[in-house]
Design a protein around this ligand. Sequence first.
Ligand code: ADP
Length: 233
Amino acid sequence: MIISHELRTPLNSILGFSDVLASLNLDKDSLDVVALIEKSGQSLLKLINDILELVKMEDRADKTAYRDFQISQLAVELSESFQKSLEEKGLSFEYLPATDLPDSVSGDYPRLRRVLLNLLDNAIKYTESGGVTLSVNLKRTEEKEFYHFTVRDTGIGIAQEKHEDIFQFFTQVEPALTRSHGGLGLGLGICKRYVSVMGGRMWMESEPGKGSAFHIVLKLNTVPKADQHPSRI
Ligand code: ADP
């Protein structure tokens, strides 16, 4: 989609150059201004990404993309992408894999990554102290293997009466609060749709003041050791 390139490229240069600016010898006031440019740029990038994704979904251009990958490698990548925001907020991050997870699995890596990125981004956004965990468990039935991913935070939580609506497009729990965090209420709707395209199920548990847990259960195929290609992972 050409337009996505046209929108993202100038914004990425704004973000890149604000990073360069922040590394120069600036006084505190100027650094605060650069931090605001960066924060607004990141919010705008999230909006653009969500809107483009929605358009792609409506065009049915979002084809499944199966490939082999390592869940542990995905967890490392995710924690690296959030390192800066975790540090800025003084939050911890823990990856908690079950001991029986296989080395490699096959599944729709880009979609799973996108869903986990969104859930972790929200978990960090709506948590002021404590931390975030990503756990992965394996459930075996006679002929299938289901993977259960949970993103848990110790943040503000969500009132019971909002639990149903939260996966609808354009739903935000507290618009005033969410406005200051950026976002249009598209993220969880996109996640739910992607999990359903992957043949999975998604739900949440949350209590105000006690944090939230977002669960995904989906089928991934275990890659037999003999078929693993480290260079493709
Ligand atoms: P946005 O892209 O605007 O963040 P989402 O669809 O991702 O929208 O989330 C919808 C709303 O759900 C958010 O505006 C926020 O109010 C609430 N929310 C999502 N995740 C969490 C969380 N981990 N803790 C508390 N509230 C959350």
